[in-house]
Design a protein around this ligand. Structure first.
Ligand code: DC
Length: 221
């Protein structure tokens, strides 16, 4: 069973995908974390987002893998668990910018397809339904208004004790959406056979209920 969840930043993909995976007993694969680990590596190497040859060269040296510890995905970058280091704004922006690169995508898509080849998965990202798992059993396109998504990120940061500016977050989300949706290779878009779920006015439980209904409608699961 393959469940693909795509959508823009802050739509609630990871929260929902994690919950669904736990309920159905599937593995949750967060593909954004892999692009983030690659971005962290590029930042550490001092490579700028517009240095295409630099990114392509560094990409070869970045060994990214995934481990599941107590059901939780850990991203390993050249032997180091970087889970705690990839959620900063700097890494978010670099991940969005460097994920336009074909070499970066090729490497990570192949890893994602390998992960899903012999197990049931809920996988979230931007191109799961369109590129990584085009034959997924269920495809969901999860979205919400920009204002709602920015407020969610703001609250998330606040909860971690980080102060931020809501207007800046909203602008950065708009920039990331634009880049993710207009890039040449595998842009973020709803797959033809994906079901649209708008979470702007829905709580987590309501979203889970709606998606569970879609899953059982499609698969009987
Ligand atoms: O889902 P996220 O915010 O952790 O993703 C970070 C960036 O990675 C996002 O701006 C675009 C890129 N990404 C991608 O291009 N393809 C994916 N399948 C997942 C993420």
């Amino acid at each position: 069973m393959k469940i693909a969840i795509d959508g823009p930043a802050g739509a609630g993909k990871s929260t929902i995908a994690k919950r669904l995976a736990a309920e159905y007993g599937y593995i949750y694969v967060d593909t954004g974390a892999m692009y983030r680990a690659m971005a962290l590596y590029l930042i550490r190497c001092g490579i700028s987002a517009d240095d295409k040859p630099g990114i392509e060269k560094a990409c070869e040296d970045a060994d990214i893998s995934i481990k599941f510890i107590d059901g939780e995905q850990k991203v390993i970058l050249n032997g180091e668990d970087v889970n705690g280091l990839i959620r900063t704004q700097e890494v978010s922006n670099m991940a969005s910018a460097s994920s336009v690169n074909g070499k970066v995508r090729e490497k990570l898509v192949s890893l994602q397809q390998k992960l899903a080849s012999d197990t049931d998965v809920v996988m979230d990202g931007r191109d799961i339904g369109t590129k990584v798992l085009p034959d997924a059993d269920v495809k969901i396109y999860l979205t919400a208004s920009t204002a709602v998504r920015a407020k969610r990120r703001y609250d998330e940061l606040k909860q971690k004790g980080e102060t931020s500016d809501l207007a800046v977050i909203e602008r950065e989300i708009e920039e990331r959406d634009h880049r993710d949706m207009t890039r040449e290779i595998s842009p973020l878009k709803q797959a033809d056979d994906a079901v649209l779920v708008d979470t702007s006015d829905l709580g987590i439980e309501e979203v889970i209920k709606e998606i569970s209904k879609i899953i059982s409608g499609k698969t009987g699961a």
